[in-house]
Every structure is written in C-alpha cells, then in structure tokens.
Design a protein around this ligand. Structure first.
Ligand code: AMP
Ligand code: MG
Length: 495
C-alpha cells in the first residue's frame, strides 16, 4: 500500500454546529490543468505522488483521501452592504487541515466540487476560466509578497456547466491559513449564539494569535490583531494597484490573507475610482474605497464580539471603538512606508508629511494624465540610472509637470545621500515590472476555456510569479493593454 497523500489534522470539523459533513460530487472525466509543486512541498506533501492518477482523482473530488473529513462551513455576510444571515460554502468544501513544514496549520479546500446544503439556487460548480484566473492572480499576489490564499491544484472535470453560455467545468484546490471570515462570526452573532461566537474566537485565537491564548483580555487583543492585519493587507493592495472587487464581509479573512478571487483585477491607468466588477454598479468596492470598506467590515466584526469584550454594553462598545479608530492610523503608516519603498526613500519621522505629499503629488499627476500605475513606479529606477526617457514617455505631452515632480523627488533622494544605483536596485525589488495585465489574463483564460490550450496560461503564470526581474523575452507582457483592450473592461464573479 502506498503512503497516504495527506496527513490530515482536522480541528474545525470537530466544532459542533459550525459546519456540515459533506462529500464532493463525482465528475466524469478529470484532466489536469495545474499542480503547484513548490506549494505541495511547502505543505509537506509528496508532489510526485500528488501528480499521479490517484492525485488527479482526489483533486477532482472522485476519491476522498484517507483521513479527510470534508465539511461545508457555515457563514453569513454583508454583501454590498446588505446582510445575508446564511451564505456558507455553497460551492466549496473544506477537505481537511494539514500542518505545513513551518508547523503552520493550513486548510485544503475545494472550490467547485458540487452542491452543499448552503448552495441555495446555485449548482455548486466552477468553470475553467474563473478557476485559472484564481490560480494566476493568487500566485501573482504571493510572488508580490502579499498575504493570500494559495492555489494547489486545478483540474477540469469533463462536465459542461451552465452559465450565460455552456462552459467547461473545473475544481480549484485552495490552501488557506484558515477559511474563518468576518462572516463566520456574523453567522452565530445573528443567531444570538454567543457561546459559538466565543468558541469560534477561541479557535481563531489558537490558530492565528496563539500568543494571546489564556490572556484575560484576549478577545479584544484578538480583534486588534485582526484590525492590524487588515490595515496592513489593504495598504499592500493599494501599493500594487490591486482591486479586490467584492469586499463583502464573507470575503474578508481573520488571518489577514486575501481571499476569494472573483472579479478582482489590477489597475492600469491610475484612477482611484476604478471599478472592474460588472456587479459593482455603484462603485462601492472601487480601488480608492478599499481602506474605508475594510474598516466598515471590521466594525461588523466588532459587533459580533461585543459580548466577549465586556458584559457592560457601553464599555464593550467603547473598547471596540478605540481599537477600530486605530485602523486609519495603522493603514496610513503602512501605506506611507510601502510607497516610500516604491520611491526608494528611507523613512524618517521628520519627513513623514513631506514624503506623503511627494507620493500624493505623483499619484495626482498619474491620475490626471492616466499614467499606468505599475510602470509609473517601475520606470523611475531607470531615471536614477541616467535614462529618464522611458519614464517620461509615459506622460505623453505632459512631460513638463512630470519633470517638475521628478526634480523634487531627486532632490529628496540626494538629501538621503545613497549611491543612486543602490536605490535603483532596491526600487526594482519593490516595484513589479509584471502584473497580471487584464488583456493577458483574458487571452490566457479564453485559450484554456475555448480550446483547451493551456500554453498562454502557463506562460503568463511563469511571468507573473517572477514579477521583478526584467527579461527581454517577456518585454511585451509588461506593457499596458491598448485603449481598445482596456476601455470598458469588465470582470465577473464566475458564479
Ligand atoms: P462569492 O461571490 O464567491 O463570495 O460567493 C458568495 C456566496 O454564494 C457563497 O455563499 C458561495 O458559496 C455562494 N455561491 C457562489 N457561487 C455558487 C454556485 N455556483 N453554487 C452555489 N453557491 C454559490
Ligand atoms: Mg466568497
């Protein structure tokens, strides 16, 4: 007998009333789309064994591996501001938990493995396009150093699923520090089940904030830790032009990992009002709204935890408000530091305000002249190497204003007194050259979905998971889409 593919150590399934035991649906004709071998190794799994037919059957949902206790998790959530008391895993299934090479507990979960008791009207399935989109963007985010769920495997199921038009079906295997969301707490709070809120909080503390275990003020400290993680995460999104697109409370983790890659996309021309998602008609989740929405979601989390903070309502609210009010300052601090790094600036508290103004001036100019966000930062390093023409070329006939800003930035750098080539090298390790450009993502997904051609997907994945190194053979992938490609670009939830 061969060794089991996974050594599961399941804990969430043991908590009563938080999930439903369930099985994945079987599928007719599984075929590999993707296997993330480095991640498999990081998880302590045998990548060779996973790449077998046995592994394919597992990732297709056709064979439940030994030791798995598959469950559909219950959660609620505010969707576009309106509360849904029951969402839950309608097309996802938590296969089990493993302990990775670093000793960290990680969830292994399917997306698209069939209906569950939480599916409501949905079919519980996913399509090849959205599944590969999640692989591309989540793995790009990881390569950019941003906390995120990961993609372990993707398989085509051989099924045709019905959306606006028939599409090939697929299953994604997602890896997360946990799938506990703001909406998980909301599910029990909405039912006045304070005991389960407490049990879930204890579980989450043990998992994400073990240093707080047993501390008397642990619930408030846990809340503060979640606020800190989200302030940092959203600042990181803002520093690379990432638009999540559907920041509902059920899509915000307690771990601080980016989750739920549906209508997300990267900014090209800088405009804080950018919205790509077809269902975000009022622009609630526009690029520039993300910090405010994160704070709003965190207020919803606080509401669920109030009874744990203090038996006195007034005191509980006061404590929660103090913590939540700290979000803005934390976000601003991360945002400033990340943008300073992008400009090669060393942080000195005395320069905070001047540096903030310098960054904001650049962003305002980029907005005014519709400059590509990624290249607007990346090409600055070449200026320090004595070749300003590529950066200036981004500004069309507005080079005078850009040149004026450039002068101020260089003055600030001169005051720092570091060799220009060192600053330039540091900037190139911070400002990506390659992001998942919308037109490239669409091309790759179309080829995979329409004709089963995985080559554009594989090529793009290789490019975006090595985002900082300049390579002449990939030069075209660093370019923004043409106006025809970018105008009116829309993304969909893939449901
Ligand atoms: P999402 O937009 O992925 O955050 O999903 C929101 C809610 O809708 C979650 O409860 C999902 O499980 C559920 N859902 C989304 N798509 C489907 C589907 N095709 N079948 C069943 N449930 C779905
Ligand atoms: Mg979701």
């Amino acid at each position: 007998m061969s060794a089991p593919l996974f050594t599961f150590d399941n804990s969430y399934a043991l908590m009563e009333g938080m999930s439903v035991a369930w099985q994945p649906a079987t599928v007719p004709a599984p075929r590999w789309l993707y296997l993330n071998r480095p991640l498999a190794e990081e998880l302590g799994l045998d990548a060779e064994a996973l790449a077998s037919d046995d592994g394919l059957a597992v990732f297709a949902g056709n064979r439940v591996p030994e030791g798995a206790t598959p469950i559909a998790q219950a959660y609620a959530g505010h969707q576009f501001g309106g509360f849904s008391p029951q969402l839950g895993d309608g097309r996802a299934l938590l296969l089990g938990e493993v302990i990775d090479c670093q000793g960290q507990r990680r969830d292994i979960a399917f997306k698209g493995s069939g209906r569950t008791p939480f599916s409501r009207g949905g079919d519980g399935k996913a399509a090849v396009g959205p599944v590969l989109r999640e692989v591309l963007i989540s793995e790009a985010m990881h390569a950019l150093g941003i906390p995120t769920t990961r993609s372990l495997a993707a398989v085509a199921t051989g099924e045709t699923i019905r959306r606006e038009r028939p599409l090939p079906g697929a299953i994604l295997t997602r890896v997360a520090a946990s799938h506990i969301r703001v909406g998980s707490f909301q599910f029990f709070a909405a039912r006045n089940d304070t005991e389960r809120v407490r049990q879930l909080a204890e579980h989450a503390i043990g998992r994400h904030d073990p240093v707080l275990v047993g501390r008397e003020d642990r619930y408030l400290a846990f809340y503060e830790a979640v606020v800190q993680r989200q302030a940092r995460l959203v600042a990181q999104w803002m520093s690379i032009g990432f638009i999540h697109g559907v920041m509902n409370t059920d899509n915000m983790t307690i771990s601080g990992e980016t989750i739920d890659y549906g209508p997300c996309a990267f900014l090209e021309a800088y405009d804080p009002e950018t919205v790509f998602s077809s269902i975000d008609t009022h622009g609630r989740y526009a690029f520039g709204n993300q910090p405010g929405i994160a704070q709003w979601n965190l207020a919803r989390l606080a509401e669920t935890l109030l009874p744990l903070f203090n038996t006195d309502d007034g005191q509980a609210v006061a404590a929660a408000t103090r913590v939540l009010d700290g979000f803005g300052e934390r976000f601003d601090r991360h945002w400033l530091n990340l943008h300073r790094l992008k400009l090669g600036l060393r942080g000195e508290p005395a320069n905070d305000e001047a540096d903030r103004a310098l960054v904001n001036n650049l962003l305002r100019l980029m907005h005014e002249h519709r400059v590509d966000f990624t290249l607007g930062f990346r090409r600055l390093s070449a200026v320090l190497r004595g070749a300003p023409q590529d950066w200036l070329a981004l500004w069309g006939d507005s080079q005078a204003a850009a040149g004026e800003w450039l002068g101020r930035w260089q003055q600030r750098l001169t005051a720092q007194g570091e060799p220009a080539h060192e600053v330039a090298a540091r900037m190139d390790a911070t400002n990506p050259l390659f992001i998942p450009r919308n037109h490239l993502v669409e091309n790759a997904l179309d080829a995979a979905s329409e004709s089963g051609d995985l080559r554009p997907f594989e090529r793009l994945l290789a490019i975006v998971t090595d985002p900082y190194t300049e390579r002449s053979e990939d030069a075209s992938a660093a370019q923004p889409g043409t106006p025809e490609q970018t105008q009116g670009y829309r993304t969909f939830c893939g449901t």
